[in-house]
Design a binder for this molecule. Structure first.
Ligand SMILES: Nc1ncnc2c1ncn2[C@@H]1O[C@H](COP(=O)(O)OP(=O)(O)OP(=O)(O)O)[C@@H](O)[C@H]1O
Ligand SMILES: [Mg+2]
Length: 242
């Protein structure tokens, strides 16, 4: 089977407020799938529906061919869906290693022994191995982002969800993030990556979706999507939000 993830005509929101509006897209195994769209268009909400924080009122979400639309969040995490948060919530007083270990033991339900191995592997993949004993609260912004990804990797995902991990970084740091994503792809992770930093979306993704008002406005080759009139128009009215 070719797709790791499909959204089919999904509606979802918060209480009575519907945010996702007939959202459909599919992600091939092994791809880096980019998602752009103006502030508030529902990108993070799409992740919330995918991990089970909110349950769609219409449509279907399948992961590796299995219908997960109404599955509880912890069960999805154990199936292999791992996310980073747009606003990271590390345990500041714990070491970097302990933060990732918690994800492995609680997210992936690893034994402590296995959790240690999974955590160390995640720290190597994110270039944090040497910093594993540092307190999380003392990390630089880039290393915090790395740790967020390591924590997601700690849950042993097949599909990794990245929510604006490049936001607020310098150009050189953005290059580091792009290198890390390339390494993760090479290590066989499938990735959905939400980002406003255009360079990352053009250079690091295999397919790009632009969302608008909770819907899949345009999906295609990243450069073509980025240069399209439709996408330009959708951003024009909201430039000041960027
Ligand atoms: N927990 C919530 N309860 C109610 N409304 C929410 C909640 N979270 C988000 N929203 C609303 O849902 C809409 C979509 O928000 P969402 O966070 O998905 O946008 P986004 O595309 O990720 O934007 P950004 O690029 O700014 O991160 C917004 O109008 C937002 O105010
Ligand atoms: Mg968001």
């Amino acid at each position: 089977m070719d797709n790791i993830l499909t959204f089919k005509n999904v509606n979802a929101g918060y209480g009575r407020v519907q945010i996702l509006n007939d959202l459909s897209f599919e992600v091939k195994k092994g791809d880096v799938y980019g998602v752009i769209g103006p502030n508030g268009c529902g990108k993070t909400t799409m992740f919330n529906a995918l991990i089970g924080l909110i349950i769609p009122t219409q449509g279907e979400i399948t992961f590796n061919g299995q219908n997960v639309t109404k599955m509880p969040a912890n069960a999805r995490c154990q199936l292999g869906i791992g996310r980073t948060y747009q606003v990271p919530r590390p345990f500041e007083g714990m070491s970097v290693f302990e933060n990732v270990l918690v994800a492995a033991v609680h997210g992936a339900k690893c034994s402590e022994h296995e959790g240690r191995e999974v955590a160390l592997e995640a720290l190597k993949l994110t270039s944090l191995y040497e910093k594993r004993e540092i307190r999380a609260g003392e990390l630089t912004l880039l290393d915090r982002k790395r740790m967020e990804i390591a924590r997601a990797l700690g849950t042993k995902p097949q599909l990794l969800l990245l929510d604006e991990v490049a936001a607020g970084l310098t150009e050189a740091e953005v290059q580091d993030v792009m290198k890390m994503v390339a390494d993760l792809k090479a290590a066989n992770y499938s990735i959905v990556w939400i980002e406003h930093v255009i360079q990352t979306m053009v250079e690091s993704t295999d397919v790009l979706m632009c969302m608008a008002e909770g819907h899949n406005l345009l999906i295609g080759e990243p450069r073509e999507v980025m240069n399209s009139k439709l996408v330009e128009e959708v951003y024009l009215g909201v430039e000041e939000d960027e």
